[in-house]
Design a protein. Structure first.
Length: 243
């Protein structure tokens, strides 16, 4: 017998107070029903040194949206393995699409991507770059690894992305999975979210997540808090709470 869980979610992405445009894109879609839980959340952060990288973020999140809409009416007829494999293949195709766009338009674009797929009582993560998927428990535990390298430049240590969508047609896609539990609070965000966010900011808020209105209020508060602390980057935040 399947355990039925309710899922609350909230998603937002803002330009912030300093950037001229928002190169982030954030997407969260859910289809919980009597057939089980089905949801996907995805954040992408355009590579800032490439002027038009919001196009890469949009190509990826639009593709994930189309995948979800195509699967929404039949996810209960497919195995988890089939859905995982189809999602993975779609992400490889979207990377190919970004590479083709670069070649066809003679521009350089790219983005990070962190994606969380919920299927019944399991979660699956697909990850490229340094955006993050975290779970909030007795701390903000990062479930992804920042794919960066550090190099010395002009006497200073600088961090550079070692992996991103559009870097190469031979995409390196990192994957992991786990079991969902009641009370799980997942947080997805681009790097603009996490630089000025602390565990104590969100810990007490978990007890307030009992309705859609409440999770949206919490998400708004988090984004406003990070903004007030002077974050200069775009800010994207997705929250998913398992009741």
């Amino acid at each position: 017998m399947k355990v039925k869980r309710k899922l609350l979610s909230s998603c937002q992405s803002i330009r912030g107070n300093y950037r001229k445009k928002n190169q982030d894109r954030a997407l969260c879609m859910t289809a919980g029903s009597k057939d089980g839980m089905f949801a996907v959340a995805c954040v992408c952060d355009g590579i800032g040194s490439f002027e038009m990288s919001e196009l890469a973020s949009k190509l990826v999140t639009d593709g994930v949206r189309n995948w979800f809409l195509n699967m929404e009416g039949r996810f209960h007829t497919l195995s988890q393995k089939d859905l995982q494999d189809d999602m993975e293949e779609t992400l490889y195709e979207l990377n190919e699409l970004v590479c083709e766009y670069q070649e066809g338009h003679r521009v350089t674009i790219g983005c990070t991507m962190s994606l969380l797929l919920l299927l019944d009582m399991k979660y699956f993560i697909f990850h490229v770059g340094d955006s993050r998927v975290c779970v909030v428990e007795d701390g903000i535990h990062q479930l992804t690894v920042d794919e960066v390298v550090q190099k010395k430049s002009e006497g200073k240590i600088q961090s550079y992305l070692s992996n991103y969508i559009g870097k190469t047609r031979n995409l390196w896609l990192n994957k992991s999975e786990g079991v969902l539990h009641k009370g799980n609070l997942f947080m997805l965000g681009t790097d603009g979210l996490f630089k000025n966010l602390r565990y104590e900011d969100v810990d007490a808020l978990r007890t307030k997540l009992r309705s859609q209105k409440e999770i949206e209020a919490v998400n708004n508060w988090i984004v406003q808090l990070v903004t007030a602390r002077g974050e200069r980057d775009n800010i994207s935040c997705i929250l998913l709470y398992v009741l």
